[in-house]
Write a new protein. Structure first.
Length: 366
C-alpha cells in the first residue's frame, strides 16, 4: 500500500506534464490557414479559361482564383447580359473546389467613352452600374440562379461555391486604370454605390476595396486611402481592404503594407481585414525590366518563398486573410495587360511548362 501511495503523486505529475506537453504541441502546430491553400491563391489574367488551365489550377492547390468580371464584355448592350464566359470560369473552378474572387470593372461603351472611366457621372450611369452588380450577385451569390440551373447541368453532383466577396475596380490609383486621372473622392462615391447595390442583393456579401500598387507614379496607395477616408462614412462602404505591395525586396513589400495599415489605424479602421490580391515578381533576368521586379528563374522561386513566409508571420498582426500570387501563367502575347514584369510573372510559362516557382508555390498549398 505504501508503494502505491508513494507512486500516486508521481503518476499524477507525469500525467499532468504529458497533458501540458500535448497542449504545447497543439498550440505550436500551424493552423490550416497558415499551412496553405485557404491562405494562398492565384490570379488568372486571361479572358478565357481552357480545360488545361482548370486542371493546372486544381493541381496548384490554390482555393481562391481572382478573375476579372469585365462589365463591357458581360453586358455589351444595355440590359442584355451574356454570362457565358463567367459561367465557364466560375463553374469550372467551383467544380474543382476553387472559389472565384471577381474584379468588377470595365465600363461598356454605351455608358462611357473609356472602360477605365467609372460610371458615376450621371444617375443613368450609376443605375446601369447598380443593375450590373445586382444581376451578377443574383446569378453567382448564395442561392444564385446559376447554381441551381446551368451549374448542375454542366457539373452534376458537384457542390456549389457561391461568390461571397466582390472587389470593386482594379488599381484606381493608376491613371491607366482610372480615367481621366485618379480621384480618391470619386472612388469613394463608387464604393458607396457598389456597397448599396451588392448588399441589396445579398446582405451577407463582402465588398472589397480595389487592390492598389503601393507605389504609383500618380498617387501612392497610402495617400490614396488617406484621401478616400476623408469621405464621411466610407468605412461602412467596404468590408475588406486590398493591396498590391510590389517592391524590389521583401523589406519594401512589408514597408508598403505597414504604411497602408497605419493610415487605416489612424482612420479608425485598423482591425479591418486585408487581402493581398496581387503580389509577384517576374522570372526574366534581374534588371531586365524597369523597377527591379524581375529576379531570374531561380530568383523568382526564392523571393516567392521569402514573401510568403513574411506575410504568414504578419497575417495576424495586420489581419491578412489571403495572399494571391500574380500570375498563374505567362501571357505569351495576348489577353493580359503587359507591365514591366507581367510577361514573366507566371508560375508556368505560356505553354504550361512549370518554372521553379511552381514547385515553391505548391509547397505552401499542399
Amino acid at each position: 500500500m505504501r508503494r502505491a501511495t508513494d507512486n500516486g503523486p508521481f503518476v499524477r505529475r507525469l500525467t499532468a506534464l504529458a497533458a501540458v506537453a500535448m497542449l504545447v504541441v497543439l498550440l505550436a502546430a500551424p493552423s490550416a490557414e497558415a499551412k496553405g491553400s485557404s491562405f494562398f491563391g492565384l490570379n488568372f489574367s486571361f479572358r478565357d479559361m481552357s480545360g488545361k488551365d482548370v486542371r493546372k489550377l486544381k493541381a496548384s492547390g490554390a482555393k481562391t482564383v481572382r478573375w476579372a468580371f469585365f462589365w463591357a464584355r458581360l453586358e455589351h448592350f444595355s440590359g442584355q447580359f451574356n454570362w457565358d464566359a463567367s459561367d465557364k470560369v466560375v463553374g469550372d473552378l467551383a467544380s474543382k473546389g476553387i472559389r472565384v474572387l471577381p474584379i468588377l470593372y470595365g465600363t461598356p461603351s454605351w455608358v462611357a467613352k473609356s472602360p477605365n472611366r467609372a460610371p458615376i457621372g450621371s444617375q443613368k450611369e450609376r443605375d446601369a452600374w447598380k443593375q450590373f452588380l445586382q444581376e451578377a450577385v443574383k446569378r453567382y451569390g448564395p442561392n444564385g440562379s446559376y447554381w441551381a440551373g446551368p451549374y448542375q447541368a454542366d457539373h452534376p453532383g458537384k457542390a456549389a461555391l457561391p461568390i461571397q466577396t466582390w472587389q470593386i475596380w482594379n488599381e484606381p490609383n493608376l491613371e491607366s486604370h482610372w480615367a481621366p486621372h485618379p480621384d480618391p473622392g470619386d472612388y469613394a462615391t463608387l464604393l458607396k454605390i457598389s456597397d448599396s447595390a451588392i448588399k441589396g442583393a445579398d446582405p451577407s456579401a463582402k465588398v472589397m476595396f480595389a487592390g492598389m500598387p503601393g507605389y504609383s507614379n500618380d498617387i501612392n496607395a497610402w495617400d490614396y486611402m488617406r484621401r478616400v477616408y476623408k469621405k464621411q462614412g466610407v468605412r461602412n462602404d467596404f468590408d475588406l481592404a486590398a493591396l498590391h505591395p510590389y517592391g524590389h525586396t521583401i523589406h519594401q513589400m512589408l514597408a508598403e503594407m505597414q504604411r497602408v495599415r497605419k493610415v487605416m489605424r489612424k482612420s479608425g479602421d485598423g482591425s479591418k481585414p486585408m487581402w493581398v490580391t496581387e503580389i509577384g515578381w517576374g522570372s526574366l533576368p534581374e534588371n531586365a525590366t524597369p523597377y527591379h521586379l524581375t529576379k531570374g528563374m531561380k530568383g523568382q522561386a526564392k523571393i516567392l518563398k521569402q514573401a510568403f513566409h513574411a506575410l504568414k508571420q504578419k497575417r495576424h498582426k495586420w489581419h491578412i486573410k489571403k495572399v494571391l500570387w500574380f500570375n498563374f501563367r505567362d501571357p505569351g502575347g495576348g489577353a493580359v495587360d503587359i507591365c514591366s514584369f507581367c510577361s514573366s510573372a507566371g508560375l508556368l510559362k505560356n505553354n504550361y511548362k512549370p518554372k521553379p516557382s511552381w514547385s515553391a508555390f505548391r509547397k505552401f498549398t499542399r
